[in-house]
Design a protein around this ligand. Structure first.
Ligand code: SF4
Ligand code: SF4
Length: 390
């Protein structure tokens, strides 16, 4: 039997669907240049694919047809040579549509495999976000702002070919730079894209991540029941109604926090989170009423605290809030936990104000969403400059 190569591309539903399928298709086309058969397919992005929800594409390549067919007999790869995360906030975990709990971004990597990410963060900041893995792996950063666009509109900022060029360096047994450049020109008829792939191939470097590095949190686990253990029926416990909220300083209780699903958390859908200024909130209720996921807890004094285990980062609360800068969406990579903002504010209002002002300063780093006509034209030159100059 020959060698089987497996690559997964983890992307954000809708915004990065076209990007992910272009990468996985081009991986197969580049391998074909060297006579290796392959196939690319999507998973967890089933219709209705939803904004931001993590989904996957796979590219499977064999050194010969028989090897490929044996590999394809599996429903999906259990381990991969390379994982590509086209958004760095996916490092916090991946909880897909109709899936089974939050999974680490590096879960499927083989020992010594490579995790490629598009990011402007440092290796240290990224490693801190990803869950620890029992075996060492390599981290490779394709420098740049994660590329978000629409389902029907593609932002051609060369992220696709820069990742392909990086693969040629990191896994040369899969395909060479020459083969991938040929596939790029055949597919997209653009020699400048082939040049971007070459520059990325030349520049990409790796950092080794050891088992004691990363987020120590143990991800959600469960055992599938065996077929002979399955009963004739099951009762799914309902979610209780909820309860009053306790003030962390005075311990007075009041307001309301709905109980939420203890397993399905939703927050890995988020690439931005709302930061709330409780000093300027006028308690108008609009954020609470309009949040599509019922994320706001009502505090004893009638303020609204966005629950970070539940918030999917849609930005509706920012859009409806009538008070300037009272709710501001900030890139998710700025945060290390899901703590309650209201509790932090209650404990130390002066310190919260400093924290809030610091977070809001970074608002230009907002990640997703098509907000105005001409937005992509404005974003592409900067990405092409990075592709040229590094
Ligand atoms: S961003 Fe705001 S409106 Fe959207 S889910 Fe989060 S709290 Fe709710
Ligand atoms: S929309 Fe703004 S002002 Fe109104 S309750 Fe929410 S945070 Fe306060």
């Amino acid at each position: 039997m020959g060698r089987l190569f497996a690559i997964e591309i983890i992307y954000r539903g809708i915004y990065q669907k076209t990007l992910a399928s272009r990468i996985s298709r081009a991986i197969v086309l580049a391998a074909h240049q060297e006579g290796k058969p392959g196939i690319s397919f999507g998973r967890y992005g089933d219709s209705p694919e939803r904004n931001g929800i993590p989904a996957k594409n796979f590219a499977i390549v064999g050194t010969d047809q028989e090897t490929l067919e044996q590999g394809m007999a599996k429903y999906e790869p259990k381990e991969v040579d390379i994982t590509i995360a086209v958004d760095d906030t996916l490092f916090k975990g991946v909880e897909s549509w109709a899936w089974y709990g939050l999974q680490p971004v590096n879960k499927l990597l083989k020992p010594g495999g490579t995790l490629i990410v598009t990011s402007r963060e440092t290796p240290e900041a990224l490693i801190k976000m990803a869950h620890r893995k029992e075996t060492p792996y390599q981290l490779a950063i394709v420098k740049g702002t994660p590329s978000f666009s629409g389902l029907w509109v593609y932002k051609d900022d060369h992220t696709d070919v820069r990742i392909l060029g990086a693969i040629a360096k990191l896994l040369p047994e899969l395909f060479s730079l020459k083969s991938v450049q040929k596939a790029i020109v055949n597919e997209w008829k653009d020699p400048v894209k082939a040049e971007s792939a070459a520059r990325s191939c030349e520049r990409i470097s790796t950092t080794e991540v050891m088992p004691n590095q990363g987020n120590p949190e143990i991800p959600y686990k469960f055992e599938f029941p065996k077929w002979h253990e399955m009963g004739e029926g099951i009762a799914i416990p309902s979610i209780p109604a909820g309860r009053a909220v306790e003030d962390p300083v005075s311990h007075a209780t009041g307001g309301f926090r709905p109980d939420r699903n203890p397993t399905f958390k939703k927050f890995t859908t988020r690439t931005m989170r709302p930061v709330v200024n409780f000093d300027t909130c006028i308690k108008c209720t609009l954020c609470w009423l309009q949040c599509p996921d019922s994320c706001f807890d009502v505090t004893p004094e009638g303020l609204y605290d966005a629950n970070m285990q539940a918030c999917c980062g849609c930005g509706v609360c920012e859009a409806v809030c009538p008070v300037k800068d009272c709710v501001t969406m900030v890139n998710e990579s700025e945060f290390g936990d899901n703590a309650s903002q209201w509790e932090e504010w209650k404990k130390d209002k002066a310190a919260y104000k400093i924290w809030l002002e610091d977070k809001i300063k970074t608002r230009s780093e907002r990640s997703h969403g098509f907000r105005y006509r001409g937005q992509y034209e404005e974003q592409i030159p900067e990405m092409l400059r990075i592709a040229r100059e590094g």
